[in-house]
Write a protein that binds this ligand. Structure first.
Ligand SMILES: [Zn+2]
Length: 202
């Protein structure tokens, strides 16, 4: 299967953001409305369900019409439901207000699978939630990277850093950046490291 180099991931993120709303690439650094992007720009159906009993599965991207077991809280058992191709299922426990960053990252991760891995998953006839073989490990990593690149566009991130780097301590800056883009501080740290931006303790 096709492997995506870091630079390719960045240009795919830029291309997709430009097509959705060029302001996200050229305008003020701001939050990427990931849910709208998924629903309006790609026409993907988003559904919020209990994907597992304990909540360890955050999202599933469905590439072809499938039957998927969903945990039914009331009856305390898994019930199969029919899900149409082009659907992203998200665990509904991520809708809790304190889980916003996790929700946004999961949405971006699943969208990234949709953008990068449609062909691959149609070939192997599996859902994008599986993590088992080595190539699946790679698809997970790629989805994390493209998801991060969509939520934290490289150019806007640089602008936001440049503006604030002189008046803020490292910790404060990371907090500020994660607030602008509505991501966790951990996700921001990983992104900065990946881009080799402001990574050193000074
Ligand atoms: Zn995944």
């Amino acid at each position: 299967m096709r492997e995506y180099k870091p630079r390719a991931i960045e240009s795919i993120a830029q291309r997709e953001l430009l097509q959705f709303d060029s302001e996200l690439v050229n305008g003020e650094p701001k939050v990427v409305p990931i849910e709208e992007m998924i629903e309006l720009h790609y026409g993907i159906i988003l559904q919020y369900r209990n994907l597992s009993k304990k909540g360890h599965i955050h999202g599933i991207t469905v590439f072809e019409d499938s039957i998927i077991p969903i945990y039914d809280d009331a009856n305390k058992r898994y019930e199969p439901i029919v899900v149409k191709a082009g659907t992203i299922l998200i665990d509904k426990r991520l809708l809790a207000s304190n889980k916003n960053n996790r929700l946004r990252f999961t949405l971006a991760h699943e969208l990234a699978h949709y953008i990068l891995h449609s062909e691959y998953y149609l070939e192997v006839q599996e859902l994008a939630s599986k993590i088992s073989t080595e190539s699946d490990f790679r698809t997970e990593k790629e989805a994390d990277e493209l998801g991060a690149a969509i939520l934290m566009p490289q150019g806007r991130l640089k602008v936001a850093i440049k503006r604030n780097v002189h008046q803020m301590e490292r910790k404060e800056l990371i907090y500020h950046l994660s607030h602008i883009f509505e991501v966790s501080t951990q996700a921001m740290e990983i992104r900065l490291k990946k881009l080799r931006l402001y990574m050193e303790e000074r």
